[in-house]
Design a protein around this ligand. Sequence first.
Ligand code: CP
Ligand code: NVA
Length: 306
Amino acid sequence: MASDAELRHFLEIDDLSQDELQTVLDRAETYKRAQERGEDHLDLEDRTLGMIFQKPSTRTRVSFETGMTQLGGHAVFLGEDDIQLGRGEPLKDTSRTLSRYVDAVMARVFKHENIEVFAEYASVPVVNGLTDDAHPCQTLADLLTIREQEGGLEGVSAAWVGDGNNVAQSFALGCALTDIDLTIATPEGYGVDDPVLERARDLGGNPTVTTDPVEAVSDADVVYTDVWISMGQEDERDVRMDAFEGFQVRSELLAHAADASVMHCLPAHRGEEITDDVIESDRSVVFDQAENRLHAQKALLSWLLE
Ligand code: CP
Ligand code: NVA
């Protein structure tokens, strides 16, 4: 177990300073190149990651588990209903118990406050694998992908189109940390939370907020969207489908965006927030994003545990 003095959690992308974020992205690139050359980096030999999931996952689960294996360690999948958490054991007890066994915990939970409670009681690093408010591991992969596409981050022009959800909020903070110019287009009432926008401004960012997707994508290097109905919002489906009309990322919208890359954290709902032809087009970098989850999280874990 880590001592309190060294203990760092990753609950939000801005838990990393600009320099630390740069270090993690550089390390991710190093791991990616090493893997391409077939080199092993057993930097987490004999280490164990506990992975709590209160919501489904494909990318987060498999990339964390595979990443631990590739670094010589091990990951334990802990679905909510497989552990006593699902029967009402308090998070703070689960946190203190797991801290006695594993070297780090990654958790995907509903309320963001829950991961904060989990981290408060943990004596090992806690990583946010998605909450209702944030998805910082996704942002690491997104920034790595943009850096690969654009050759750098500073001054890149990005457009977020759709729901101002967990992925958007972490992306907004990530853009602020890396000097990406971000314009966020959402319907009225579905924007990024004001405190998150304020935090982005405090970090030196200057996100532009609009309700006009065409304004957002004009001159963008990158156009990013995500589902209109996130996990846990299924009951709002009808209202949301009405609210997001006109915000679909489709070829007509992208005609205003010259040769912008198209991003999506996946899973995508084709025909809702994005069309099939766009996601299958040469502009789409969605599977690079998905792959980069692996490299970015290996870098994050080895940095947190070194
Ligand atoms: N993007 C992402 O986190 O995907 P999963 O829900 O499949 O983990
Ligand atoms: N906004 C989506 C992201 C899934 C990776 C959700 O929370 O369901």
